[in-house]
Write a protein that binds this ligand. Structure first.
Ligand code: A2P
Length: 348
């Protein structure tokens, strides 16, 4: 990294955008200039950065002139419209929305799993869904040791996955209920305070939610192995930060919990927290603010051969979004993968 990069954060005022700024700062990303972009509503808003402030600018099609890397987290519609213009200016996009994840031209990258896919990028790199990221960080090292046949995953997802508005909704509903008033329901179809919603993103024709099908499809693309079958139930829970996942993982051959712990102990980005006798296991409150994916409760599924159960927790705003995007940007810079081969490639 030569230290002369310009980076833009698109959606800088949001839950993930703010975390992207603080992650760039905390990891000393070698940018000489960092630009904060958001909607016209936020124009001029000061955001803290490197001991000072940067002023938010309105996102426009020409915002990317002279920008090397843009980290997008402003929703799918914004990415669809503006990422092609970033590429037009020669800027490489790391996009946190689902807009480009299924596009064959766009690598879908979790650095611990498939960093090599970055080499074939054409200007837009997709950051996977938060639930998928933490799952594949835990699964991939096991899959390399003993092939995984099938994963049954149930998620317990924090409201920060819905952005600032999800955080505000849980906060205000809890306050209203402690004050004995009926909570206002604005963001989710039902109350989220003291409730669980088996409904994340929209329902599809097959009866699954889009979030569930993201976990199915993205896992195969990232792990580059269509033989890994995934079925998911995704649930929003009244937790502010960090997603939890119960995984039931069937392998091609036996893998003992001891062997799985040894493999995961050595795996990049993973911390094993698995000492039930001492009440030690991963939890959202302890994962929040941390970079790693925490794995525990590793045990044999006694109902089926070659199968383990495990519990995986990670900070969805960090590893599930901002940190993963910044790690991708670090690799792009380190491996000289900046610049785009065809600036007009994503414009219709
Ligand atoms: P703004 O704060 O100006 O609305 P979150 O996911 O936490 O809700 O944040 C969404 C982010 O995406 C915010 O920074 C928001 O900016 C930004 N955003 C939403 N819509 C647009 C848009 N049309 N153009 C630019 N930024 C947008």
């Amino acid at each position: 990294m030569d230290g002369s990069l310009t980076v833009a954060v698109v959606g800088a005022t949001g839950a993930v955008g703010r975390e992207m700024l603080s992650t760039l700062e905390a990891r000393n990303f070698p940018a000489t200039r960092v630009i904060a972009l958001a909607s016209s509503r936020s124009s001029g808003l000061p955001l803290p950065f490197r001991g000072g402030e940067i002023s938010v600018q309105e996102l426009k099609e020409d915002s990317f002139q002279g920008v090397d890397i843009a980290l997008f987290s402003a929703g799918g519609g914004t990415s669809e419209r503006f990422a092609p213009h970033a590429v037009r200016h020669g800027c490489v996009v790391v996009d946190n929305s689902s807009a480009w994840r299924a596009d064959d031209r766009c690598p879908l990258v979790v650095p611990e799993v498939n960093a090599h896919a970055l080499k074939r990028h054409r200007g837009i790199i997709a950051n996977p869904n938060c639930s998928t990221i933490q799952m594949v960080v835990a699964l991939n090292p096991l899959h390399k040791a003993v092939p995984i046949r099938r994963v049954v995953v149930s998620t317990y997802q924090a409201v920060s996955g819905t952005g600032q508005k999800g955080i505000a909704e849980l906060d205000s509903q809890v306050r209203q209920m402690f004050n004995m008033t009926d909570p206002d329901v604005k963001v989710y179809p039902h109350r989220i305070a003291f409730n669980c919603l088996p409904h994340i993103d929209v329902f599809l024709e097959n009866g699954y939610t889009k979030e569930e099908m993201k976990m199915v499809r993205e896992t195969v693309k990232i792990m580059e192995d269509p033989s890994v079958k995934v079925t998911a139930t995704t649930v929003r829970v009244p937790v502010f930060y960090s997603h939890s996942e119960a995984l039931n993982v069937e392998f091609a051959r036996p893998l003992s919990p001891v062997e799985a712990r040894v493999i995961l102990h050595d795996a990049p980005g993973v911390v094993v927290l698995d000492n039930p006798g001492e009440n030690i296991y991963p939890m959202p409150v302890s994962a929040t603010g941390e970079d790693e994916v925490f794995v525990g409760r590793i045990r044999v599924d006694e109902s089926q051969a070659n199968t383990l159960n495990m519990w995986v927790v990670s900070d969805n705003v960090r590893k599930g979004a901002a940190l993963n995007a910044v790690q991708i940007a670090e690799l792009l810079a380190r491996d000289n993968l900046l610049g785009v081969p065809d600036p007009m490639a994503f414009l219709n």
